[in-house]
Design a protein around this ligand. Sequence first.
Ligand code: FES
Ligand code: FE2
Length: 375
Amino acid sequence: MTAIDVSPADLAAAREPIATATTLPPSFYTDQAVYDEIVDRVFRHSWLPVAHVSQLAHPGDYVALEMAGEPIVATVDRDGEMHVLSNVCRHRWASIVEGRGSAPALQCPYHLWTYSLDGRLSGAPRMDRVDFDKSGCRLPEYRHEVWNGFVFMTFDPGIEPLAPQIAGLDAMVTSWRLDELVVSATLSETADWSWNAMVDNWAENYHVTSVHPDSLEQMTPASLTEPIDNRGEPWCYARIGNTPEYQATIDRPISTLDTDQTTYSAAGVVFPLLCFFTFPDLAAWLHVRPTRRVDELDIELFLLVEPELAESEHIEEIREAQLKLGRSVWEQDAEMCRRSYAGLRSASARPARLSHLELSVWQTQNWLLDALGLD
Ligand code: FES
Ligand SMILES: [Fe+2]
């Protein structure tokens, strides 16, 4: 029994080449039962981003988060080995840690069961009068893979490794050395729209002229956008030429870029959820964390720079300018996501036509339909 009730005509229209295609029907964005099925059949069998390596640089570092309602924690153990573990206590199910931090072990606040950073239960007070063997108890561990500095996890032990699936994208982003950048600024937000409404907004540069006229349109305008054919790989990516005015403001491009690479920026997504943007001197990562609800996301925007810049005397000024831009762009996008999502819930909403600048929307929907086995 499936909750996904899509007519053959709507399915065929979404599968057309972009020149004639329409979007997915609104229910793919708004229906809780459809979303639940996407979580079960797609997210739980995909590679999902959990952290940037700079957040897991030292033994004891941890990053805890929920991914579609599943509490997980990424850790670095004493030997420097990374783990992605269930963050659900094996005693009576409390989440063990929250947020980001560093600790010698993971201790559950409810009854103080303690786990080593690789997930083994190392302490369980007052369990000596019952028949309990703590050596047989540990947090479940999930597969993880690091790609260009982003730590991905999957709940599925059987899926293909990530890197070979996205080799075409790797070739385009590797020069940015995203694994060597460090977080310079962070913004935390919640969003009351769906994961795919968020991804659609992030990856298309069509709206930049109208929604960000005083900021991004002056830097990376819609008119200089070149969406790239992903040849069926699970990503989207658009190269966006920098305006001469913006180009002139870049003092210190990322040192590993060649001259041509310093002349453009790019927006990309590794499906379903790794949203990133590269500028010549900066990268942005929108960490989209779906919850159990179709219309609720936890969002963090991370801005990443070279470590030398992060340590420079100007970093406070730079951070302030980055946050100011990040906040204003986010507010402009949030307003449009809200309006569009309200419209998606209207009885009059229908599958929509797409501009060539929305190739990313088309690529996302085709990937999703493939993942759901809908042809
Ligand atoms: S729920 Fe974690 S120690 Fe009891
Ligand atoms: Fe935007």
